[in-house]
Structure formats: structure tokens, C-alpha cells
Ligand binder design. Structure first.
Ligand code: NAP
Ligand code: ZN
Length: 352
């Protein structure tokens, strides 16, 4: 084991504060990564505050990690010291169930190991600590290659906010001619706009924030609808093949189901803590689908990074020092982020 520094929440109502802990030494198949940047996902806040059920404290959040390889185990192939490397929301899975064999580790039948707040099968008795820290040690199967052509800090959010829209856009075969809605212009939503636009879709943003309309067009939206305007919503009825809902809080899902064409799909990726009631008649009328989707598998995450390199896509970011994380959380909760905070890990001392 070796000592590592980071920031942790010690309780649901505690602010994040400096924290020292131990990580395992790299085993034969492990990669040790010096973390350079880590994105701030709304899931970090849900977890730090136990909004999805009780978390295991201390919580060191962070699952949008980019850095440089500092050491590799003897059996590691494909990475060497000095390479850029990235880690997303998972650091382990059984690798043996049918979902893992299909490259869908996020649906591992035995439960994947989350990058933070998961029981750590590799260090029994401990739970995982995420990317708000100087260093991480990860099995090579869960380490991604970072395209050299992209701005590194702005790549970090792709590891969650990029793959989470990319996977359902691909699964539901969005492409040229598709009429797509993106709900909520935050971290996931802004990547949803960029990716759906790059895939050739006609894209509409639904937002509660009138001040984001101009940005939305720059990010790839063909149209912007203010979702709190009932007339504007009514004008969109039965227009969409596919809607991606990226909203982190309670809202009326039926208002969006009405906007689907026959056989259209509304895919929920935003994860509010309370149930979203669905009116059955919103589905029956028009054979509509209401579905969910969780991040993406490792191979698909690499495919997404390569797609982003090919299309010159990165996240729009605001870089913050580690010491300002609590202020960043307040601003995420106020929908005041354009459009992802990224922590510059150089701001965090290597020793406590
Ligand atoms: P975010 O940056 O905070 O964006 C959420 C957006 O939702 C806001 O910018 C806002 O957009 C909209 N919104 C917020 N409160 C609202 C309200 N009360 N009513 C209507 N709209 C509201 O969050 P994020 O990091 O993108 O994450 C979004 C959600 O996805 C979170 O719940 C997160 O946990 C979840 N998530 C899920 C997955 C998955 O695999 N399924 C992966 C990552 C994250 P406007 O200002 O445009 O209205
Ligand atoms: Zn996330």
C-alpha cells in the first residue's frame, strides 16, 4: 500500500475536505496513473450527499479521470510509463458473465466495481476511492487510451458525460434524419448536443434556463424550446424519434413522452433520487418506449473517445482548483456550470 491524498466527504451533510488514505500497490495487471484532471459529475454530488441511498464514508468522488501512466505491472500490455490514460465510472467487473462477455461491463450480472463508493474486491474490506485524488491504481482492462490530439482537461468529462449520451444515441441508432431532443443543458446535456449533432441528427434542446439558448445553438442544437412554456412544449407534440433526458431533479416526464412520434423512445439517463411517475396512456398512445441507460462499456467508451478525436469534440469546461470544489458543487446545483467543472489536480499537494 502507499499513501495518497485527495478530497473526501465524511458524511452526507459535510463539505468535502482534504483526506489521506492508502491505495494498493500495482499488481501484475494494474496501471498506476498520476491524475492530472478530474471532471465533476452531478453523480458525485448525489453520492457524496447519500441522495441515492446511504453511501460508504469517506466518499472520495470522481469518475472522469485523465492522467499519465506512472507505473505498470509485469503483465500489462498496451500502456507504458508516460502514456496518457483515462478512467471512467468503472474499475472492475467479473469479466465472465454474459454481459461482460458482450462488452457491457456496466451491466455486469455480478455487479461492476464503481470507481468510487463500491466495495473493492481487490482490497477486501475497503471501498473504492475516486479521482478527486493524486493517484489511482486500476486494472488494465478498465483503462482507456486518450487521443493525443484533444485538449487533455476537456477530455476528462468525456469519461462519463460523453459516454452516457453516446451509448444510447448509438443503441437507438441515431443518425442522419433522426429528430432528437436533449433535455437539460448541463454536463451530460451539452455532450448530448455535440454528439447527436456530429451523428447528423436534427437536434432540439429543452431547457429551463432561457440564458442558455445561444450556447445551445453553438453546441449543436438546431432548435431550443423553453420547457416551462406550455405553448412552446405543445408545438413540439409527436415530433421526435428519440429524446434523451439528462435532468438531475424531479420533473414531469409525461410532458416529454407526448413529444415522441409513433415508436419513438424517451431514454432516461438523468437520475433524480425520487421516482418519476409515468402516465401509462403516454406510452400506449403511439407505442412509445420509456427506457433507461447506464454509462457505456469499456470498448464503447474507447469508441466514443476515438469518435470525439475524429470529430474534434471535447467538453466545454471551467477549470477549478481542488480547494474550490464545494463552491463548484453549489454552482452545479444552481444549474450554473458551462458546462462541466474540471479539477486541476496540480492544485492538490502530494502529501497532506
Ligand atoms: P448537471 O450538469 O447538473 O445538469 C443537469 C441539468 O438538468 C441542469 O443543467 C438543468 O438544465 C437541468 N435541471 C436541473 N434541475 C432541474 C429541474 N428542477 N427541473 C428541470 N431541469 C432541471 O448534471 P449532469 O452531471 O449532467 O448529470 C445529470 C444527471 O445524470 C444526474 O442525475 C446524474 O447523476 C445523472 N447521470 C447518469 C448517468 C447514467 O449513466 N445514467 C451518468 C452520469 C450522470 P437546464 O438549465 O438546461 O434546464
Ligand atoms: Zn458521472
Amino acid at each position: 500500500m502507499f499513501a495518497c491524498t485527495g478530497y473526501a466527504a465524511q458524511a452526507a451533510d459535510a463539505k468535502l475536505a482534504p483526506f489521506s488514505f492508502e491505495r494498493r500497490d500495482p499488481g501484475p495487471r494494474d496501471i498506476r496513473i498520476d491524475i492530472l484532471f478530474c471532471g465533476v459529475c452531478h453523480s458525485d454530488i448525489h453520492t457524496a450527499r447519500s441522495e441515492w441511498g446511504p453511501s460508504s464514508y469517506p466518499v472520495v468522488p470522481g469518475h472522469e479521470i485523465v492522467g499519465r501512466v506512472a507505473a505498470v505491472g509485469a503483465e500489462v500490455d498496451g500502456f507504458k510509463v508516460g502514456d496518457l490514460a483515462a478512467v471512467g465510472c468503472m474499475v472492475d467487473s467479473c469479466q465472465d458473465c454474459s454481459n461482460c462477455r458482450d462488452g457491457l461491463e456496466q451491466y455486469c450480472e455480478n455487479g461492476f466495481t464503481g470507481t468510487y463508493n463500491s466495495p473493492d474486491k481487490k482490497t477486501p474490506g475497503l471501498h473504492t476511492f475516486g479521482g478527486y485524488s493524486k493517484v489511482i491504481v486500476v486494472d488494465q482492462n478498465f483503462v482507456l487510451r486518450v487521443p493525443e490530439s484533444l485538449e487533455l482537461a476537456a477530455v476528462a468529462p468525456l469519461l462519463c458525460a460523453g459516454i452516457t449520451p453516446y451509448s444510447p444515441l448509438r443503441h437507438w441508432k441515431v443518425g442522419p434524419g433522426s429528430v432528437v431532443g436533449i433535455v437539460g443543458l448541463g454536463g451530460l446535456g451539452h455532450m448530448g448536443l455535440k454528439l447527436a449533432h456530429a451523428m447528423g441528427a436534427d437536434v432540439t434542446l429543452f431547457t429551463t434556463s432561457p440564458g442558455k439558448a445561444e450556447d445551445a445553438r453553438r453546441l449543436g442544437a438546431n432548435h431550443v424550446v423553453l420547457s416551462r412554456d406550455p405553448d412552446a412544449m405543445a408545438s413540439q407534440a409527436a415530433r421526435f424519434d428519440f429524446i434523451l433526458d439528462c435532468v438531475s431533479a424531479q420533473h414531469d416526464i409525461n410532458a416529454y413522452l407526448q413529444l415522441l412520434k409513433r415508436d419513438g423512445a424517451l431514454v432516461q439517463v438523468g437520475a433524480p433520487s425520487d421516482p418519476l411517475p409515468v402516465a401509462v396512456f403516454s406510452l400506449i398512445m403511439g407505442r412509445r418506449t420509456f427506457a433507461g441507460s447506464l454509462i457505456g462499456g469499456i470498448a464503447e467508451t474507447q469508441e466514443m473517445l476515438d469518435f470525439c478525436a475524429e470529430h474534434g469534440i471535447v467538453s466545454d469546461i471551467e477549470i477549478v482548483p481542488m480547494q474550490r470544489i464545494n463552491e463548484a458543487y453549489d454552482r452545479v446545483l444552481a444549474s450554473d456550470v458551462k458546462y462541466r467543472f474540471v479539477i486541476d489536480m496540480a492544485s492538490l499537494p502530494a502529501a497532506a
